[in-house]
Design a protein around this ligand. Structure first.
Ligand code: DGL
Length: 256
């Protein structure tokens, strides 16, 4: 039986999953968290799926050895590559993955054009094909591979003329007219959202971080695993790179 005050483990390929951690903390401030970013191996989204799977399983193992009561895979790429396997390996553990927030986008823009910005790998996976199939009758879904943006966020370059031009270029490569909505299908992208908003004015942006945090809370309640403490919980950030600047960047992003 897991302890109710045990930490919630949060995993991402790098610093991006902090966008999900901040939603978790906002929703459940009394929980304890351990966050692990695998920046030594980021970006994941341009690697073969077998490699992403192996890296994800190894890192989740490191997190679970620290006694976590639940796991949030705060990475769309790792979720599509490995969440099913993780659920098979840890049947007792609440495991929440993240996927591009197509549901609210399709609901609010029926018949509209919805661009999904995600890593090349996320857009190639079966999970995304199933989402596409599900929503294709409700709206025009346009996959926009945007792995290049991940490295900007990893090095803390969140706003610059080069980043703005790159985002313009990526959108222009796949859209012949502005989209009605953009879904941020990679957890690194909320950190460059203001630049995306400037590059695509009048486009509504959706991010799955809050929905993922709510699903985590729902599962913890259902399994009677919520922390009864009313004090603010602890947040421990770990990074496979061993680079103190990376950890510092994570704390800055958490407060952003
Ligand atoms: N943050 C990850 C995601 O949500 C991927 C970034 C990477 O390519 O490593 O997809």
């Amino acid at each position: 039986m897991k302890q109710k005050n045990a930490p919630i483990a949060v995993f991402d390929s790098g610093v991006g999953g902090i966008s999900v951690l901040r939603e978790l903390v906002a929703l459940m401030p009394n929980e304890n968290y351990i966050y692990l970013g695998d920046s030594a191996n980021a970006p994941y989204g341009t690697r073969p799926v077998e490699e992403i799977r192996a890296l994800t399983l190894a890192n989740v193992d490191i997190l679970l050895e620290q006694g976590a009561k639940a796991l949030v895979v705060a990475c769309n790429t790792a979720t599509s590559a490995a969440v099913r396997i993780l659920r098979g390996m840890y049947p007792e553990l609440p495991i929440v993955g993240i996927e591009p927030a197509l549901k609210p986008a399709a609901l609010h823009h029926p018949g509209g054009r919805i661009a999904v910005l995600a890593t090349n790998m996320t857009l190639r996976q079966e999970k995304f094909a199933a989402l596409l199939e599900h929503y294709r009758s409700q709206a025009g879904i346009i996959p926009v591979p945007a792995s290049e943006l991940v490295e900007y966020v990893e090095r803390g370059e969140l706003d610059s003329p080069a980043l703005f031009s790159l985002i313009k270029h990526i959108l222009g490569r796949h859209l012949d007219a502005p989209a009605d909505a953009i879904v941020l299908g990679c957890t690194h992208f909320p950190f460059v959202r203001p630049v995306i908003e400037r590059a695509a004015p009048h486009t509504v942006i959706y991010d799955g971080g809050n929905g993922t945090a709510r699903e985590a809370r729902r599962q913890l309640y259902a399994m009677e695993l919520t922390n009864p403490s009313s004090e603010p919980g602890s947040i421990e950030i770990q990074n496979s790179s061993g680079d103190p600047d990376k950890i510092m960047l994570c704390y800055q992003l958490l407060d952003a």
